[in-house]
Write a protein that binds this ligand. Structure first.
Ligand SMILES: CC(C)(COP(=O)(O)OP(=O)(O)OC[C@H]1O[C@@H](n2cnc3c(N)ncnc32)[C@H](O)[C@@H]1OP(=O)(O)O)[C@@H](O)C(=O)NCCC(=O)NCCS
Length: 149
Protein backbone atom coordinates (compact mmCIF):
# COMPACT_ATOMS: atom_id res chain seq x y z
CA UNK A 1 0.00 0.00 0.00
CA UNK A 2 1.39 3.44 -0.91
CA UNK A 3 1.75 5.77 2.09
CA UNK A 4 0.22 8.71 0.25
CA UNK A 5 -3.16 9.65 -1.10
CA UNK A 6 -4.15 11.56 -4.21
CA UNK A 7 -6.73 14.35 -4.09
CA UNK A 8 -8.24 16.48 -6.82
CA UNK A 9 -8.36 20.22 -6.04
CA UNK A 10 -10.53 22.58 -8.07
CA UNK A 11 -9.44 26.04 -9.27
CA UNK A 12 -10.59 28.10 -6.24
CA UNK A 13 -8.82 25.67 -3.91
CA UNK A 14 -5.64 25.89 -6.00
CA UNK A 15 -5.73 29.68 -5.79
CA UNK A 16 -6.33 29.59 -2.03
CA UNK A 17 -3.37 27.20 -1.66
CA UNK A 18 -1.13 29.11 -4.08
CA UNK A 19 1.43 30.04 -1.41
CA UNK A 20 1.81 26.39 -0.39
CA UNK A 21 2.19 25.38 -4.04
CA UNK A 22 4.77 28.15 -4.62
CA UNK A 23 6.83 27.09 -1.57
CA UNK A 24 6.72 23.47 -2.76
CA UNK A 25 7.65 24.39 -6.34
CA UNK A 26 10.54 26.54 -5.10
CA UNK A 27 12.09 23.31 -3.78
CA UNK A 28 11.34 20.90 -6.64
CA UNK A 29 11.44 23.20 -9.66
CA UNK A 30 13.36 26.39 -8.84
CA UNK A 31 11.95 29.29 -10.85
CA UNK A 32 10.11 32.54 -10.19
CA UNK A 33 6.95 31.42 -8.35
CA UNK A 34 6.21 34.84 -6.85
CA UNK A 35 2.61 36.13 -7.02
CA UNK A 36 1.55 32.60 -7.85
CA UNK A 37 -2.12 33.18 -6.93
CA UNK A 38 -2.20 35.97 -9.52
CA UNK A 39 -0.56 33.74 -12.12
CA UNK A 40 -3.23 31.08 -11.51
CA UNK A 41 -6.25 33.33 -11.54
CA UNK A 42 -8.31 33.58 -14.70
CA UNK A 43 -7.07 30.30 -16.14
CA UNK A 44 -9.87 28.16 -17.59
CA UNK A 45 -10.54 24.81 -15.93
CA UNK A 46 -7.66 25.32 -13.50
CA UNK A 47 -7.23 22.31 -11.23
CA UNK A 48 -4.59 20.17 -9.59
CA UNK A 49 -3.98 16.63 -8.48
CA UNK A 50 -1.95 16.49 -5.29
CA UNK A 51 -0.29 13.67 -3.40
CA UNK A 52 -0.47 14.10 0.38
CA UNK A 53 1.21 12.21 3.17
CA UNK A 54 -0.64 10.99 6.28
CA UNK A 55 -0.33 14.44 7.88
CA UNK A 56 -1.72 16.22 4.83
CA UNK A 57 1.69 17.54 3.72
CA UNK A 58 2.27 17.98 0.01
CA UNK A 59 4.46 15.27 -1.53
CA UNK A 60 3.61 15.85 -5.17
CA UNK A 61 1.67 18.12 -7.48
CA UNK A 62 0.34 18.10 -11.04
CA UNK A 63 -1.40 21.30 -12.08
CA UNK A 64 -2.96 22.40 -15.33
CA UNK A 65 -5.61 24.41 -17.14
CA UNK A 66 -7.28 24.69 -20.53
CA UNK A 67 -5.15 26.85 -22.84
CA UNK A 68 -6.36 25.72 -26.27
CA UNK A 69 -10.07 24.88 -26.48
CA UNK A 70 -10.77 21.23 -25.69
CA UNK A 71 -7.13 20.46 -24.83
CA UNK A 72 -5.95 20.33 -21.23
CA UNK A 73 -2.51 21.84 -20.68
CA UNK A 74 -0.60 19.90 -18.02
CA UNK A 75 1.50 22.86 -16.97
CA UNK A 76 3.51 22.08 -13.85
CA UNK A 77 4.40 18.99 -11.89
CA UNK A 78 6.84 17.77 -9.32
CA UNK A 79 7.46 15.37 -6.49
CA UNK A 80 9.43 16.23 -3.34
CA UNK A 81 12.93 14.78 -3.36
CA UNK A 82 12.25 12.66 -0.28
CA UNK A 83 9.23 11.03 -1.96
CA UNK A 84 10.67 10.21 -5.40
CA UNK A 85 10.90 6.75 -6.90
CA UNK A 86 7.63 5.47 -5.41
CA UNK A 87 5.46 5.99 -8.47
CA UNK A 88 3.89 9.25 -7.23
CA UNK A 89 4.48 11.22 -10.44
CA UNK A 90 3.10 8.35 -12.53
CA UNK A 91 0.05 8.08 -10.24
CA UNK A 92 -0.58 11.84 -10.44
CA UNK A 93 -0.41 11.72 -14.23
CA UNK A 94 -2.78 8.75 -14.41
CA UNK A 95 -5.25 10.59 -12.15
CA UNK A 96 -4.97 13.80 -14.19
CA UNK A 97 -5.44 12.01 -17.51
CA UNK A 98 -8.47 10.05 -16.23
CA UNK A 99 -9.96 13.32 -14.94
CA UNK A 100 -9.36 15.14 -18.26
CA UNK A 101 -11.00 12.34 -20.25
CA UNK A 102 -13.99 12.26 -17.89
CA UNK A 103 -14.25 16.07 -18.12
CA UNK A 104 -14.57 15.78 -21.93
CA UNK A 105 -11.18 17.05 -23.12
CA UNK A 106 -10.09 15.62 -26.49
CA UNK A 107 -6.40 15.73 -25.64
CA UNK A 108 -3.61 16.80 -23.32
CA UNK A 109 -0.57 18.95 -24.03
CA UNK A 110 2.57 19.46 -22.02
CA UNK A 111 6.15 20.66 -22.40
CA UNK A 112 9.44 19.84 -20.74
CA UNK A 113 12.83 21.47 -20.83
CA UNK A 114 14.96 19.49 -23.26
CA UNK A 115 17.42 18.00 -20.72
CA UNK A 116 14.65 16.73 -18.39
CA UNK A 117 15.14 13.03 -19.09
CA UNK A 118 12.92 11.83 -16.19
CA UNK A 119 9.90 13.83 -17.41
CA UNK A 120 10.49 12.78 -21.03
CA UNK A 121 10.41 9.12 -19.96
CA UNK A 122 7.35 9.67 -17.77
CA UNK A 123 5.50 11.51 -20.54
CA UNK A 124 6.20 8.82 -23.13
CA UNK A 125 5.22 6.05 -20.69
CA UNK A 126 1.94 7.91 -20.00
CA UNK A 127 1.02 7.91 -23.69
CA UNK A 128 2.21 11.33 -24.85
CA UNK A 129 3.88 11.66 -28.26
CA UNK A 130 6.41 14.36 -29.12
CA UNK A 131 4.59 17.03 -31.12
CA UNK A 132 7.25 19.68 -31.55
CA UNK A 133 10.21 21.62 -30.30
CA UNK A 134 10.20 25.17 -28.98
CA UNK A 135 13.67 26.55 -29.65
CA UNK A 136 13.03 30.24 -29.05
CA UNK A 137 16.31 32.19 -28.96
CA UNK A 138 17.40 33.10 -25.44
CA UNK A 139 14.99 30.63 -23.80
CA UNK A 140 15.59 27.05 -22.64
CA UNK A 141 14.71 24.63 -25.45
CA UNK A 142 11.48 22.77 -24.75
CA UNK A 143 10.11 19.50 -26.08
CA UNK A 144 6.34 19.67 -26.71
CA UNK A 145 4.04 16.67 -26.21
CA UNK A 146 0.44 15.80 -27.10
CA UNK A 147 -1.74 12.89 -25.99
CA UNK A 148 -5.05 12.17 -27.63
CA UNK A 149 -7.72 11.04 -25.17
C1 LIG B 1 10.35 13.94 -12.62
C2 LIG B 1 9.69 13.64 -11.29
C3 LIG B 1 8.33 14.33 -11.27
C4 LIG B 1 9.51 12.11 -11.12
O1 LIG B 1 8.78 11.86 -9.91
P1 LIG B 1 8.72 10.39 -9.23
O2 LIG B 1 7.52 10.36 -8.34
O3 LIG B 1 10.03 10.07 -8.62
O4 LIG B 1 8.48 9.45 -10.51
P2 LIG B 1 7.87 7.98 -10.49
O5 LIG B 1 8.35 7.27 -9.29
O6 LIG B 1 6.39 8.07 -10.68
O7 LIG B 1 8.53 7.38 -11.81
C5 LIG B 1 7.77 6.76 -12.82
C6 LIG B 1 8.70 6.38 -13.96
O8 LIG B 1 9.31 7.55 -14.51
C7 LIG B 1 10.67 7.26 -14.87
N1 LIG B 1 11.58 8.08 -14.05
C8 LIG B 1 11.28 8.75 -12.91
N2 LIG B 1 12.35 9.41 -12.45
C9 LIG B 1 13.37 9.13 -13.31
C10 LIG B 1 14.73 9.55 -13.40
N3 LIG B 1 15.28 10.38 -12.49
N4 LIG B 1 15.47 9.10 -14.46
C11 LIG B 1 14.93 8.29 -15.39
N5 LIG B 1 13.63 7.86 -15.35
C12 LIG B 1 12.87 8.28 -14.35
C13 LIG B 1 10.89 5.79 -14.62
O9 LIG B 1 10.57 5.12 -15.81
C14 LIG B 1 9.85 5.50 -13.55
O10 LIG B 1 9.41 4.17 -13.57
P3 LIG B 1 10.23 3.04 -12.75
O11 LIG B 1 10.36 3.56 -11.35
O12 LIG B 1 9.34 1.85 -12.88
O13 LIG B 1 11.53 2.92 -13.43
C15 LIG B 1 10.56 14.16 -10.11
O14 LIG B 1 11.88 13.66 -10.26
C16 LIG B 1 10.63 15.68 -10.02
O15 LIG B 1 9.78 16.28 -9.38
N6 LIG B 1 11.64 16.31 -10.67
C17 LIG B 1 11.83 17.75 -10.57
C18 LIG B 1 10.66 18.55 -11.08
C19 LIG B 1 10.37 18.36 -12.56
O16 LIG B 1 11.25 18.04 -13.35
N7 LIG B 1 9.10 18.61 -12.92
C20 LIG B 1 8.65 18.55 -14.27
C21 LIG B 1 8.73 19.87 -14.92
S1 LIG B 1 7.87 19.86 -16.48
Amino acid sequence: MPDYQIEHWDGPRCISQADIFAAFLDKVLPDDWSNFAEKLSGRRSLNAHVALDGRGQLLGLKLGYERNRGVFNSWIGGVGEEARGQGIAAALMAAQHAWAKEAGFRGLETATRQPNRAMAILNLKAGYLISGLDATAGEPTKILYYKSL
